[in-house]
Design a protein around this ligand. Structure first.
Ligand code: GRF
Length: 203
């Protein structure tokens, strides 16, 4: 299954997907990486692995619709069937989300539905939670609200600050996202009636 990955910066989750997809038998291959910033560090990583890596700078376009049309054109040009958001920091319009409906997933650094939006780790620490984590979910127009594919829980340790917790959650993200993409790309996880149905998984 050809996959497009959208990034905005560092791209460490994208790198985890690229490395997982190099394993024999993995049900997805990374066909293209697109960044909305020309200087996104992740583009260099992808290029070094021989993966087409393209900047589609949102600032070059008159409006969001034109920017998203350009991204969809690049995704289609590379035969993409499934799109992964990986630290992609632009809100997508309902038109783009509908174009990729049930074929568009995102990773978010919290145990959704807790802590949608930004600054998840700061907010979790301020609330004194003892368990944090990350979620891979299908994208719907409401931000960080779509059907959940997979989650990983991570302990909050005494003395954690946002950087320490973020690093621990990020390590879990790098394990979770390849697992979740494999579920979706293989058809083991799919959306039915607004929820994720898992088949052939577990036990
Ligand atoms: C990750 O924590 C991801 O969950 C969030 O943004 C961060 C991106 O990091 N959406 P990276 O670019 O994948 O390194």
């Amino acid at each position: 299954c050809p996959v497009g990955v959208l990034i905005s910066g560092r791209g460490s989750n994208m790198a985890a997907l690229v490395e997982a997809a190099e394993a024999p038998g993995y049900p997805a291959r990374i066909a293209v990486v697109i960044a909305n910033k020309a200087d996104a560090a992740g583009l260099d990583f992808a290029r070094a692995r021989g993966i087409p890596a393209i900047a589609v700078p949102h600032r070059d376009f008159a409006d969001k619709a034109a920017f998203e049309t350009a991204m969809t054109a690049e995704l289609e040009r590379h035969g993409v069937e499934l799109v992964c958001l990986a630290g992609f920091m632009r809100l997508l319009s309902p038109v783009f989300i509908e174009r990729w409906r049930d074929r568009l997933i995102n990773i978010h650094p919290s145990l959704l539905p807790a802590y949608r939006g930004l600054h998840t780790h700061e907010r979790a620490l301020a609330d004194g939670v003892r368990v944090a984590g990350c979620t891979v979910h299908f994208v719907v127009p409401e931000v960080d609200a779509g059907p959940i594919v997979a989650q990983a829980a991570v302990p909050v340790m005494p003395g954690d600050d946002a950087d320490a917790l973020s690093a621990r959650v990020l390590a879990a993200e790098h394990r979770l996202y390849p697992h979740a993409l494999a579920l979706v790309a293989s058809g083991a996880a799919r959306v039915e009636g607004g929820a994720v149905v898992l088949t052939g998984v577990g036990a």
